[in-house]
Design a protein around this ligand. Structure first.
Ligand code: ADQ
Length: 481
């Protein structure tokens, strides 16, 4: 039994098959595990999640990684994976929560499987949580867990954090199972979002849809924003149907800047040399997802080359795209369109031995990624919608000297904390082109202004890391202000 339990769709491990056919669990450290490790260790905490394999023939036993965190695997069948993960989570909720960039699919069988899998996660958490434990549930795949867990274990304290945007009430109301999802979330004591605007969307929805009402405390609705000085201070409480007071607040997530080592100058110079020492080195790093606006940034660069604003002989764009959710049709389509654009741009503007776009469709080791960040003159983050976007923060982290420039979508949550970037509207190609052009112009003709901007971005990220995010959430859960 643990006094601190994290519940997330994925356990922080991957199953790797050795050459002899046997398999082992290899840690896959992400920001979340780094942020939560100290708390997990201090409280002998555990993590409940899916290990990434389906249709396991033997029941999966709890195990520890080489670290000390105890992991409780939740099994999924191939059908669960298809209907709960690919279906309801990523073809219904993901597009709905990202403002319908593609149409969400509403499929009743997927919803039923989502409910069943959420029940399974909640039952696991209920089994391993000590009396009065703190349980922190993560993300859109598990929105029913707080409500189920509240019924199974009224003694535990429940926090929920959503890593993606929360849409406006008008969009969310499309969801045929909207009441159940809102009630599921209201099982928590604290519901956290990246931004006050997402929290506000949830608050107005909760009042419309689930019978939840505003606070009886007579306080005005205000929202608390933790961990950053750049967002307005506000505070909100909503009453759940069972009369409990649920706190709703914003906690902008960040990166583990301490674990990111600055690449040495040689590695950075090597990357630039391998790319032909271009005058302008642009970089994109994303999961290959239609929300990220990869195609639009390629088109913006193409048009700047076409108009002569950028010289193809002096320009290189490196686009690193991690394969993602490839069995979902919209993702396959997006990949095809991106790859067509890469081919077309290189066909039009590349020379033998000098393509303009270098495209990498795989996961890249963190050290190589850091060297790319450090080497790039201009980072392109052009998401149509993004809960936060850690890539923008990682880039700023790798430029402590004030070099480089960040082109950032207004529709990425990170834009609220990083206003010194070159902001753009990804729905307007002219705006993306202008931001790219301004970034290049400022770097070349107003270097002091470029440095001022990047130093401000670096300071913001340096002072607001993922540890601060986790501490803020957990201390608020312990003692809501
Ligand atoms: P994501 O949509 O995955 O996260 P993001 O926040 O940018 O988006 O995080 C991506 C992470 O993957 C970054 O740490 C990046 O370095 C890494 N990455 C991307 N491509 C890679 C590659 N080819 N090789 C190696 N690493 C790569 C969701 C939400 C976001 C929110 C985060 C955290 O969609 O809005 O910021 O969760 O809450």
């Amino acid at each position: 039994m643990s006094s601190f339990v994290v519940v997330a769709n994925r356990l922080p491990v991957d199953s790797v098959t050795r050459p002899d056919g046997s398999h082992e669990w290899v840690p896959s450290p992400g920001g979340l595990v780094t942020a939560l490790s100290p708390v997990l260790k201090e409280h002998e905490g555990c993590w409940v999640g899916w290990p990434g394999t389906t249709d396991d023939t033997h029941p999966l036993e709890p195990f520890r990684t080489e670290d000390v965190i105890l992991l409780h695997p939740v099994s999924l069948s191939a059908t669960d994976y298809e209907e709960f993960y690919e279906g309801f989570s990523n073809a219904t909720l993901w597009p709905l929560y990202h403002d319908l960039i593609v149409p969400p699919i509403y499929e009743r069988t997927w919803w039923h499987t989502y409910r069943e899998v959420n029940l399974r996660f909640a039952e696991h958490a209920a089994k391993v949580a000590d009396h009065g434990a703190t349980v922190w549930v993560q993300d859109y795949q598990l929105q029913l867990v707080p409500g189920i867990l509240r019924q199974l274990r009224p003694d535990v304290k429940i926090g929920f954090f959503l890593h993606i945007p929360f849409p406006s009430a008008d969009l969310f109301r499309q969801l045929p199972w909207r009441e159940e999802v809102v009630r599921g979330l209201l099982g928590a004591d604290v519901i956290g979002f990246h931004l006050p605007s997402y929290a506000n969307n949830f608050l107005s929805l909760a009042r419309q849809v689930s019978g939840a009402s505003g606070s009886h405390t007579g306080q005005p609705d205000t929202l608390t924003v933790h961990g950053t000085a750049r967002m307005r201070e506000r505070n909100a409480i909503v009453e759940a149907p069972d009369g409990r007071r649920v706190h709703v607040a914003a906690f902008p997530i960040s990166i583990d800047i301490g674990s990111m080592s600055q690449p040495d100058a040689q590695a950075v110079a090597d990357i630039r040399r391998r790319l032909g020492n271009p005058r302008h080195l642009f970089l994109g790093v994303d999961r290959l997802d239609y929300t990220k606006g990869i195609l639009q940034r390629l088109e913006a660069v193409e048009q700047l080359l076409e108009s002569g604003s950028l010289d193809p002989a002096e320009t290189v764009l490196v686009q690193i795209a991690t394969p993602s959710r490839e069995r979902i049709a919209q993702y396959r389509k997006e990949r095809r369109r991106v790859e067509e654009a890469v081919g077309r741009i290189n066909g039009r503007f590349g020379q033998l031995g000098h393509p303009v776009v270098h495209y990498v469709h795989r996961t890249v080791p963190k050290s190589e990624l850091s060297a790319c960040y450090a080497a790039a003159d201009v980072m392109l983050v052009t998401a149509f919608k993004d809960g936060m976007n850690l890539v923008a923060k990682e880039y700023a982290a790798m430029h402590p000297d004030g070099s480089g420039a960040l082109v950032l979508s207004e529709f990425a949550g990170a834009a609220e904390e990083l206003p010194e970037s070159f902001l753009c509207n990804p729905h307007d190609l002219e705006s993306v082109k202008r931001a790219i052009y301004n970034a290049v112009y400022t770097l070349e003709h107003q270097p002091e202004e470029a440095q001022r901007r990047m130093r401000a971005l670096h300071t913001q990220v340096h002072e607001h890391d993922v540890q601060l995010w986790a501490r803020s959430f957990l201390s608020f859960l312990k003692e809501p202000a």
